[in-house]
Every structure is written in structure tokens, then in C-alpha cells.
Design a protein around this ligand. Structure first.
Ligand code: SME
Length: 151
């Protein structure tokens, strides 16, 4: 089985090919969620979009999820507030974590930036603790940036 350091460059090429063919943010988010989820076998893979003072659920793959997350709340709202990727090895140790699924044990949230503002976040959950590291951070930031210029 390929390591993630081997898988992500291939995934990124596929993501770039999708981004070249689609300039609608929702359509591209939908296919990127499917690509990541199917390839990496995550528990939940999806996007939340900034709408006013909340994040609102966007395209995703996985179980039903919370639809709205306030600024600064949860891992997602923290990534928005701090404008920085959040890597959470154990969600139970993250004080502001919002549990959408009891199966989620670790999480990464990557902000999507446009003109110095966060416009959305990419949120990924794993059923295993400690799934995400700097390899995920590097490649998921690249993939998330593909939707940064779109609306
Ligand atoms: N755990 C997230 C909420 C979204 S679900 O994981 C899909 C958070 O703490 O922001």
C-alpha cells in the first residue's frame, strides 16, 4: 500500500486537473471532497463556507454533520479565527472541539484564503487518533488553495 507521502503528489495532480476544468467553487469543492475521501479513506471529508459570522456546511463525503459553526468555535471556527491550519491528534484533548460523530478521533482543518480573508475551511476527520501530520498539512493546504480564488 502506498504511503501518504507517495499518494498526495498523485492526488494533487488530479486535484489540479479538476481545478483547471471547473471555476465554480461548490462544484470543485464537491469533486475534491470525493477525490480525497475515496483515495485516502477518511471518516469525513468536507468543506464549510464562511457566511457572515458562521461557517455553513458545504459539499462533503461521510456521515451527516453539523450545519453551522460560529466564528472561533470548534476546530473549524478556530482555523477561521487564527487563519491557520489546525492539526488535532486527539479531538478529546481539544477544548473547543465540536463532536459531529463519536467515531472521530483526530482531525485536520485547513483554511481557504482569498485576499487575506478566510472564505472556507477544508475539514477532515479520522476514526484513528494521530492520523494527521505535516505531510497532510502541506498537501491539504495546496489542495485547499485551489478553491481560494473561486466563489
Ligand atoms: N469537529 C468539527 C466540526 C465539524 S465535523 O467534524 C464534520 C469542529 O470541531 O469544528
Amino acid at each position: 500500500m502506498a504511503t501518504k507521502a507517495e499518494s498526495y503528489p498523485v492526488l494533487y495532480q488530479q486535484a489540479c486537473a479538476l481545478a483547471e476544468k471547473e471555476d465554480d467553487a461548490i462544484a470543485l469543492m464537491a469533486n475534491l471532497a470525493a477525490l480525497l475521501h475515496e483515495s485516502m479513506h477518511f471518516l469525513w471529508t468536507g468543506w464549510y463556507r464562511v457566511r457572515g459570522y458562521e461557517l455553513v456546511l458545504g459539499p462533503f463525503q461521510g456521515q451527516l454533520a453539523c450545519t453551522r459553526i460560529p466564528f472561533g468555535k470548534g476546530v473549524c471556527g478556530t482555523a477561521w479565527k487564527e487563519q491557520a491550519t489546525q492539526v488535532v491528534p486527539d479531538v478529546e484533548l481539544f477544548p473547543r472541539h465540536i463532536a459531529c460523530s463519536s467515531e472521530s478521533k483526530s482531525e485536520i482543518v485547513v483554511p481557504v484564503m482569498r485576499g487575506g480573508e478566510v472564505t472556507a475551511v477544508l475539514d477532515i476527520d479520522s476514526e484513528r487518533p494521530g492520523t494527521f501530520d505535516d505531510v497532510d498539512r502541506e498537501w491539504l493546504e495546496r489542495i485547499a488553495s485551489l478553491v481560494g480564488g473561486l466563489s
